[in-house]
Structure formats: structure tokens, C-alpha cells
Design a protein. Structure first.
Length: 106
């Protein structure tokens, strides 16, 4: 069984237990679980430039340089909007590239 199938099974079991009233999760555990599920499932979230460089932990100048160097993709334009945006999933891929770049510098 691959990891995605295992995850599906675990989630189905958790839903079954919740629906049956057999869940022993505290409010804090529920909040943590909701946060985690939202983080992994909302990969189409749009981030502004400001949100993007803060999400990546970069300065604006470094963010711009990484775009120029091709480490971070160009922002996308949406009809009717002036500002560019980045999808979270693209930023997550960029995080991996940035980490690799940093490790290669050491």
C-alpha cells in the first residue's frame, strides 16, 4: 500500500469515527488537525508578492533576484488585476530549490 492510499484509509477511518461519535479528539487536537489538513489541501491559494516573499522567508530584493535567476517562477497575471500573484504550490516547489541552492553554497 502506498502512502497516499494509507493516508486515504486513515482519513476515512477518522471520518467514520467522527460520524459515529467515537472520536476522542480534544478541541486543541481538532484545531491542529484542521490546520494541517488546510495546509496540505489548499495548494491553489494565491499569494501576493508581499505574502510570497514573507512565506519563503526572503527579503523583497532576494525574492526578485531568485525570480531573475529562475529559482522562483514569474508571478501570474489575472485579467482585471494589476498585481501579479503566485500559487502556494509553486512557492513550495521554490522552497525546495532555495534549500538546495543554500546547501550547495556550503
Amino acid at each position: 500500500m502506498n502512502k497516499l492510499d494509507l493516508l486515504k484509509t486513515c482519513l476515512r477511518n477518522a471520518i467514520f469515527n467522527i460520524d459515529s461519535g467515537n472520536s476522542n479528539l480534544t478541541d486543541e487536537q481538532c484545531e491542529d488537525l484542521i490546520d494541517t489538513i488546510n495546509k496540505i489541501s489548499n495548494t491553489q491559494n494565491k499569494y501576493s508578492k508581499y505574502q510570497s516573499y514573507n512565506y519563503l522567508g526572503l527579503s523583497r530584493a532576494t525574492f526578485d533576484r531568485y525570480i531573475k535567476d529562475g529559482i522562483i517562477p514569474e508571478g501570474r497575471k489575472e485579467s482585471g488585476f494589476k498585481e501579479k500573484f503566485w500559487y502556494k504550490k509553486d512557492l513550495d516547489e521554490s522552497k525546495k530549490k532555495i534549500k538546495k541552492k543554500i546547501l550547495n553554497l556550503k
